[in-house]
Design a protein around this ligand. Structure first.
Ligand SMILES: Nc1nc2c(ncn2[C@@H]2O[C@H](COP(=O)(O)OP(=O)(O)OP(=O)(O)O)[C@@H](O)[C@H]2O)c(=O)[nH]1
Ligand SMILES: [Mg+2]
Length: 475
């Protein structure tokens, strides 16, 4: 089904929802969208000064009343005529006092006047169906609301403003252009030479030129794919586990990074027995830090279970901080080295307790492995550690900041970019092997189909249900 192939507007319900959080607050906002917005508004809102019609975008002061005419609150209302509104339809916003009894009465009054309660994300779904925003932009509305840090919000905002969509539209155009050249080859097979065939700018491309185009497009798609790790981490947050032997200072480091005394610290080895987690903001990235039990050979069943949990935390982490006590001598350093090598995912080696006079990072270790020297106790080196964590979690790529507009942030995006890239790569191979243009065109169509789904030019109700069900009601 294509987005704009039928008029979905005429027979639409008018929907109503509380757009601010439930509970008590100074003000609550109830929104209406749909063809009867103005009629519903006029039934339940009575302006202090008589206004014939609510003029577009003009705030009016008055009283809210039920269909029985009994007022129950006073406040402001504004009418927003479509298509220049969020949903593209006629809308109204009512600003009442933020108490549950009032908002409930207002919602009931709206329903009694012909509106129906909105489903989660239904306002944004309408904005999408009206062609105000594409699917990626719709998703970014939810990302903005759920953003845990300012940087995550900035990345979502840039997607809402069309940053990622523009990149994808540009790739779409390139595929369409290549397709047109291919069509020319299909229509005029004997003239599949540069300069011949129908009027394409510069004439149809040769097979070699097309192959070059395909490889450039595939490269662009691959870069986008790589951005997914950083994008996902920004949207969902990263898991960072702290690993080390007992007494290395893991809990002290956790507390230092969090800025609170979250975990118990003590000179007794084996203090932490279970994992302890909390969230902090590291250079704009939402990071869940996980303190773990010290790793050592033991017969104590509780400590063993602690170690199992520490290992699990390491496997599930996006980044591991391997902490060694730099004052504990060579053996500790050898342990850290072995640990680091056995970890499969990204990791950072830390030498702790550098404030102690006997602390030393063995030279042999420095040769091969980068190590950051810190004191979890005094806070020395913590700034560099935060930078290193942020750098690793951004995929080592600081280029796109602060907008991060080219980041893929959802698995849905990644999957479709991968299938688009694979189709383009197939096309590349086929053209290199002189396969008939008709077959190459099949792959180009496939590539276009993936992008169409990504941008929401091609969608099914199930896809929309899945995306918008995660939204708040009233958005
Ligand atoms: N001098 C110094 N002492 C530290 C530093 N970091 C931690 N300590 C001390 O080392 C001891 C152990 O610290 P914890 O943070 O409890 O160590 P841990 O790694 O969590 O230990 P377990 O939970 O037993 O595995 C405490 O007495 C801390 O005060 C540091 O940077 N310098
Ligand atoms: Mg501990």
């Amino acid at each position: 089904m294509l987005a704009h192939d039928h008029d979905i507007r005429s027979d639409r319900d008018t929907i109503v929802a509380l757009s601010t959080p439930p509970g008590r607050g100074a003000i609550a906002i109830v929104r209406l969208s749909g063809p009867r917005s103005s009629a519903v508004l006029r039934r339940i809102f009575h302006p202090q000064k008589k206004v014939e019609n609510f003029s577009d975008r003009k705030f009016v002061f008055g009283r809210f009343a039920g269909t029985d005419g009994e007022p129950f609150d006073e406040g402001m209302s504004v009418f927003l005529a479509g298509p220049r509104s969020y949903t593209g339809e006629d809308m109204a916003e009512m600003y009442c006092h933020g108490g549950p009894a009032i908002t409930q009465a207002l919602l009931s009054a709206a329903v009694d006047s012909g509106a129906r309660p909105a489903a989660p994300g239904e306002f944004t779904r309408r904005a999408f169906l009206e062609g105000k925003i594409d699917l990626i932009q719709s998703e970014s509305v939810a990302d903005l609301i759920f953003a845990e840090t300012k940087r995550a919000a900035q990345a979502a905002l840039s997607q809402l403003e069309g940053g990622l969509s523009e990149v994808l539209e540009d790739i779409w155009e390139k595929i369409v252009e290549a397709g047109a050249h291919l069509e020319a080859a299909i229509d005029f097979p004997d003239e599949f030479e540069p300069g011949a065939g129908p009027t394409l700018t510069g004439g149809p491309m040769s097979g070699a030129e097309l192959a070059e185009r395909f490889s450039a497009i595939a490269e662009e798609l691959r870069k986008l794919e790589e951005s997914y790790i950083a994008g996902r981490i920004l949207r969902e947050g990263a898991r960072v586990a702290i690993l080390g032997r007992p007494n290395a200072g893991k809990s002290t480091l956790l507390n230092r990074l969090l800025g609170t005394e979250r975990a118990i610290m003590s000179p007794i080895p084996g203090t932490t027995r279970d994992t302890v987690e909390d969230v902090c903001d590291i250079d704009g990235i939402p990071v869940k830090l996980i303190d773990t039990a010290g790793l050592r050979e033991t017969i104590d069943p509780i400590e063993r279970e602690g170690a199992v949990r520490a290992r699990r935390a390491a496997v599930e982490a996006d980044l591991c901080l391997v902490l060694m006590d730099a004052s504990a001598g060579e053996e500790e350093a050898r342990w850290a080295e072995g640990e680091l090598k056995s970890l499969e995912g990204p990791s950072i080696l830390l030498a702790n307790k550098m404030d102690l006079p006997q602390a030393k990072v063995p030279e042999s270790l420095l040769d091969g492995l980068p190590v950051i020297s810190i004191s979890a106790l005094t806070g020395d080196g913590i700034g560099s550690l935060r930078e290193a964590i942020a750098f690793r979690l951004s995929g080592g790529d600081q280029e796109n900041r602060p907008g991060d507009q080219r980041l893929l942030t959802r698995e849905r995006h990644r999957k479709l970019v991968v299938s688009c890239r694979q189709a383009i790569e197939n096309a590349f191979v086929m053209i290199k092997e002189d396969t008939s243009p008709e077959l190459v065109a099949v792959d180009l169509n496939e590539a276009q189909r993936s992008l169409a789904e990504l941008l929401g030019r091609d969608y099914g109700d199930a896809l929309l249900d899945k995306i918008f069900s995660t939204f708040c009601i009233g958005k």
